[in-house]
Design a protein around this ligand. Structure first.
Ligand code: SF4
Length: 405
């Protein structure tokens, strides 16, 4: 099967985040920071043209899979995440920013793909068992929880993206999506397209004939089988290739630096060890002051090892080279105390968050604007998803009535 050549298109990128409420430094450095960079990446040589066509969404349907018992905070959490998306620098003029459930077609594709996804694939997803272990207090032996990686695949494939930006630890999550796309494309080969050497009028001739054979004068989309039937001449047939309706997306590896929380474990809201993007300067300073350090530094004159200290991991992300070098040297020689070291880190964290917090204040003061951005993003996303659903439905032989909202 020949791949569709998409060399002149902007590369489409898609990623999403669950609405967990206010976002923290770990969410920012692990995802948002990279998304903003992708959004802003431009080819200067081609009139500053954006490299990627970006779709970023708030995955509210995924919140249901683990929190279905209490959704009282869901809308508040969606709003907080939207504020942080915008505060971090996602720009509605450059990226499509939307809420997953505003594009109902995700759920529709999920149902269609559910029929070709084996249970074994879903049961083998590592996070299925891990999360059931970690969230023992919740009843997660549900159809929705088992199926969340499939919904994730539908979320991705419905935009036919080239890339899914993820950190190294999440790269395997995209593999299931690729597997599902492969099976779909095998079962439902898409429309023929012209390979090198075929003239445009030849394809038109085949389409006209396919229209006649189908008996439908207004037919505009043809399955591979219909076009094969309409192109009996061997010469003509060899001039076409088959397009994959659901191209397998590639992983776009993005940096995800180690970002420990205040207790040294991975920064996470559920561990209650996070520093939030919207926290005030006194809150940030107080939290960092209490952060765990190298346990060997009990007294001020004990030398320490910055490489095993979580505070230094944050220095690596937020402090310039000179500060890191001075702190590292000072820690090893007991030339600097932990209090001073943390103060210097706090200075840099506060400085890094200042523009983010300023933008947040602007959007906080105008929640109607945030709603409008999400509504507009939902409409743009729907339009793109509708294109895929039309192709998917037609190639599967289903009726499809496009309802652009
Ligand atoms: S001086 Fe800094 S890097 Fe060294 S142990 Fe204290 S907090 Fe950690």
């Amino acid at each position: 099967m020949t791949e569709l050549k998409q060399t002149n298109e902007r590369r489409r990128v898609l990623s999403g985040m669950r609405p967990t409420g206010k976002l923290h430094l770990g969410n920012y450095m692990g995802a948002l920071y990279n998304w903003v960079n992708l959004q802003n990446e431009a080819i200067w040589a081609r009139h500053n043209e954006a490299v990627y066509e970006c779709y970023f969404f708030i995955a509210d349907l995924h919140a249901l899979t683990t929190n279905y018992e209490d959704l009282s905070m869901l809308q508040t959490d969606i709003h907080e995440v939207a504020l942080d998306f915008l505060a971090a620098g996602l720009d509605p003029e450059k990226s499509v920013i939307f809420v997953q459930s505003d594009v109902k077609l995700h759920a529709e594709l999920n149902v269609l793909l559910g029929n070709i996804t084996s249970l074994g694939w879903l049961e083998r997803v590592p996070s299925y068992k891990d999360q059931q272990e970690q969230l023992r207090e919740k009843e997660l032996a549900t159809y929705g929880f088992l199926g969340y990686p499939l919904l994730q695949s539908a979320d991705i494939l419905i935009y036919q993206p080239h890339y899914v930006p993820v950190g190294l630890d999440q790269a395997s999550h995209v593999e299931l999506t690729r597997e599902i796309a492969r099976r779909f494309n095998q079962l439902y080969p898409g429309e023929f397209y012209m390979a090198d050497g075929a003239a445009p009028w030849e394809l038109q001739a085949v389409k006209d004939r396919a229209k006649k054979l189908s008996g439908k004068a207004d037919k505009s989309y043809f399955t591979a089988h219909e076009l094969i039937a309409a192109a009996p001449q061997t010469k003509l047939k060899s001039a076409y290739g088959t397009r994959k309706i659901l191209p397998e997306p590639e992983v776009l590896l993005t940096p995800s630096p180690k970002l420990p929380g205040l207790d040294g474990r991975k920064m996470s809201k559920s561990y209650d060890n996070a520093i939030f993007l919207s926290e005030s300067e006194p809150q940030i300073r107080a939290k960092l002051k209490a952060m765990v350090t190298d346990p060997a530094r009990i007294r001020r004159d004990d030398p320490g090892n910055p490489e095993i200290c979580p505070v230094f991991d944050l220095h690596k992300v937020f402090s310039p080279y000179e500060t890191r070098a001075e702190v590292s040297e000072g820690c090893r020689t007991a030339g600097i105390g932990c209090i001073e070291c943390k103060q210097r880190l706090a200075d840099n964290v506060v400085e890094a968050l200042a523009p983010i917090q300023e933008r947040r204040r602007k959007y906080e003061a105008d929640s109607k604007l945030v709603d409008e951005i999400l509504d507009a993003g939902g409409k743009r996303a729907w339009k793109r998803a509708d294109e895929t659903m039309r192709q998917v439905s037609e190639v599967m032989g289903l009726r499809y009535r496009s309802v652009i909202c």
